[in-house]
Design a protein around this ligand. Sequence first.
Ligand code: SF4
Length: 644
Amino acid sequence: MSDQPVFSRLEPLLPLVSKPVQYVGGELNAADTNWDAADVRWALLYPDAYEVGLPNQGVMILYEILNEQPQTLAERAYAVWPDLEALMREHGVPAFTVDSHRPLAAFDVLGVSFATELGYTNLLTTLDLAGIPLHARDRTDEHPVVVAGGHAAFNPEPIADFIDAAVLGDGEQAVLDITEVMRRSKQSGSPGGRAELMLRLAETPGVYVPGGYDVSYRPDGAIEQVAPNHPRVPRRVVKRTTADLDSWPYPRKPLVPLAEAVHERMSVEIFRGCTRGCRFCQAGMITRPVRERSIKGIGEMVERGLEASGYTEVGLLSLSSADHSEIAEITKGLADRYEGTHTSLSLPSTRVDAFNVELAEELARNGRRSGLTFAPEGGSERIRKVINKMVSEDDLIRTVSAAYAQGWPQVKLYFMCGLPTETDEDVVAIAGMAHRVIAAGREASGRNDVRCTISIGGFVPKPHTPFQWAPQADPDTVDGRLRKLRDAINADRRLSKQIKLRFHDGKPSVIEGLLARGDRRVGAVIERVWRAGGRFDGWREHFSYQRWVDAADAELSRQGVSLGWFTTRERTEDEVLPWEHLDSGLDRDWLWADWQDALSEQEQDDCRWTPCFDCGVCPATGADIEVGPSGLTLLPITPVSAGG
Ligand code: SF4
């Protein structure tokens, strides 16, 4: 495969496609890579459109870390839209990176970051356009090593046929270890070829090589066992956990998109992990324990990132940003520092309490009050106990009243539908809550025009959560409940005109459920969907439920399983789950006990503020919770003058 840039062949096609600027690269803070000086070359693929992929923090972090290493380079690639795909096929242009426009097949490693399972068909498009064999078993020494990462990599079994390896957990150190394995292998003339390289990767902490395991099935369709097929392959792969975020202050120089992107601001990850214990939340479970960045580290990243990017908005990111032990000091310090400038601050937090409103007030000093978002997640007190979201309706009413009273014109409330044990009543209860919110808001603000948006997402049971055993609700049930909810909201005309209800039908959730909890047999379904034209499945306008149903019928029935078997079926305690050889640190018995607690509506505390309840993560990963107060102060604290 030639390593020469393909831009001269791509350029004539660009005027013929939508948003051509997304394919040209050269963004502010893009790396200046030197192909010939590098001996290990990574292509980092985000298998979705540029506008979604460019702001992705994971890719930005790894891109910078790798490019800082001597003799290592990393370039970025995004999924191309179907209009460009068709032209690339017609004109024989291979998949390329946006940095130097070199063919993906010329790189040593193709790292693919999956934020959602619905990106799997885009992986196949990219491999095919790159001329890389779809199946790992067909690749030779000449082909890149395809490595998956991101949350979806915690169960990569549905894409096991298409990837060579997956990184479990935090990627910062894992990509450096993989780089070293690649370098040593290349420098010593690749002894033993690709097979030996795969074994070396399998021996690398946190790296899972699916080809090193054989899966056998029982007559009832469940997994009999997943067993290593080579003595050098570990029985279980434990996730990587980055400690001390202050020593990983990335991205230092955030990328600034050329084309419109979903976020146009710089983001600072203020902590990683979450121990609130919401039972539906895979991100919270697989990123434990909580590790905070210090107030000093945050201040330095904000200052340096703004200077490097020219952004005027900073997002303080995490899974629940109001939970940082020093968040009041951080927001006050930053709001003081940037008061009177054009820099605005945002804190994506959905915590339902008055403290969150106070933080929002602090951050709004520099900007206007648009809306505040809270996430009760469940409509009734009962279902909130099941999901471990300890919020009472009175808490919510108090919180939204405070927000409306302080001049916020609208609140957004997030809920889920299709939760385990859910009944119609649990969902219809959201209507009563929304009515109370508007009535309380009118009273607190003295205004009639306060607004409330209710957003509902379909619940998908995910691996490594207490709900991994739960039956997923079928789309008809979800759609029926949402119709009842809409009718209940509209039953009170005086209030309903101030309430906006946003939801989608339940079908994409079922496919996400198939891909999330599937095993290796689901790979054939993905390939069939892709061959039938499946692309950009996370985009409503491209998603076809029927295409997935047809492919599942064709590929799964001959193996004695089905779409329903993978989604709406409840698992038993003794069933071997497809991802059990992949260790997120969570103790299986603890997860099962937490599932039983959910069924009996028992809540679980947060170990940040109560004693450890032995979820298993800290001993399994050799990590510990890292929370403040740190005793450090936000630096520098000198106010920036207006217009600065
Ligand atoms: S092991 Fe204990 S301290 Fe660590 S995350 Fe689990 S419950 Fe919290």
